[in-house]
Design a protein around this ligand. Sequence first.
Ligand code: CO6
Length: 434
Amino acid sequence: MLPSRDIYTFFKHIGNSAKIIFSNKNHVVRNFYVSANYAGQVSFKLSDIGEGIREVTIKEWFVKVGDKVAQFDEICEVQSDKASVTITSRYDGIIKKLHYKIDEMASVGRPLVDIETDAEGQEQEKVQVTNEEPVEEKPIETSKNEPGMEVLCIPSVRRLAKEYKIDLSSVKGTGKAGRILKEDILKYLEKGAVHEVSREVLHDKTEPIKGFQKAMFKTMTDALKIPHFVYSDEITVSKLSELRRTIKTLPEGQDLKLSFMPFFIKAASNALQRYPVLNATLDTSGENIVYKGQHNIGIAMDTKAGLAVPVIKNVQKLTIIEINNELNRLIASGRNGTFSPQDLSDGTFTISNIGAIGGTYMKPIIMTPQVAIIALGTSQVVPRFDDANNVIPVEVLNLSGAADHRIIDGATMARFVQTLKKQIQEPYLLFLNQ
Ligand code: CO6
């Protein structure tokens, strides 16, 4: 084991068919050989990694039988107690056999993979690794080589350069005698990509806050003075979903666009009937609560022009179908940008269905001068226990309600949400209040 104070040194000797990560800067790499038999099929033997290492563990294969490999493609990663080495191919060809499984010990000098080569006489070379202390790899210079200077590289590197339309005379080789290596090309490409990005001129842009965004700016800035609390719960919507599905099978329901929303709007109105403080405003003096007679429920709506909150008026008087008709009218107005000023005013309570987009719990912000808001998450089928402790699939939707804590306490909000929840979980209750 190496002392922990040792500085881990990363050293790559490219062109030797291996990337070597040394675990001790004092280690010196000596003879590192790649050897092979030459036939249609070659046995690519695990080379001498030096330092007396005779065995390594196969950590990862980067190829499988049948894969086509080119010279310098990564074959596998092996690990000894001193070094982690990525072995790369010396040949162009097709992998015919992997001699080891992951975590097996591979012996130096014994076959690692068999490769069916496609080129005659791919030169075998004893590759001498430096006897010097390993050093951090230097960044590759990309300055032009001398004009007329011979560019040295192997065919696969030349092919790579051609593929990326790189002029090889622009790449500084870091291999033996200035040879251009695959890594030199890759570094050159990386630098090129950086230049591409830096060539783009990114301008700042200033634009006025206007339209719905301006209204949002004002109401949300006003909302800062409200001490919000948030109360959340999970609501089972399995029966409501079943109800919607059933309605859609009926002749009367077939052309109906009927989402969760009209049911939640009606359930909220029924619950507001019981807890009117949530359908109230604070007067400007801040000394009086104004309980609103009408349930004018604002619906947060994501429109092309931004967040709008059109209002369904007098919900307490409407049936679910009437609420649905009004909701669909407002959705169409939002889509066409044809809200009237009346559509957007006099809300007394708000519902935000962000679940149409996604999400579970949130912290909705109250629209002044109102004092409460609820937000719905996405309904999803989840495992839950039934009364007999069996796991059953249940469709749930998460609801988060925020209230002005100056005039509404947590218990009131909790009771309001529980009243609403009961009606959604047992939807026939919705019809008893109409
Ligand atoms: N769960 C699962 N599926 C849903 C849900 C939820 N919560 N809501 C809608 N849907 C389904 C819906 O049932 C429709 O499916 P089908 O019935 O199968 O056709 C489908 O998604 C499309 O619904 P759609 O959006 O057209 O109608 P819906 O009546 O449910 O909603 C709307 C109308 C205007 C509320 C909605 O379109 C919308 O704009 N939602 C975004 C509201 C928004 O931006 N709120 C953010 C305000 S800021 O609250 C805020 C705290 C922060 C996050």
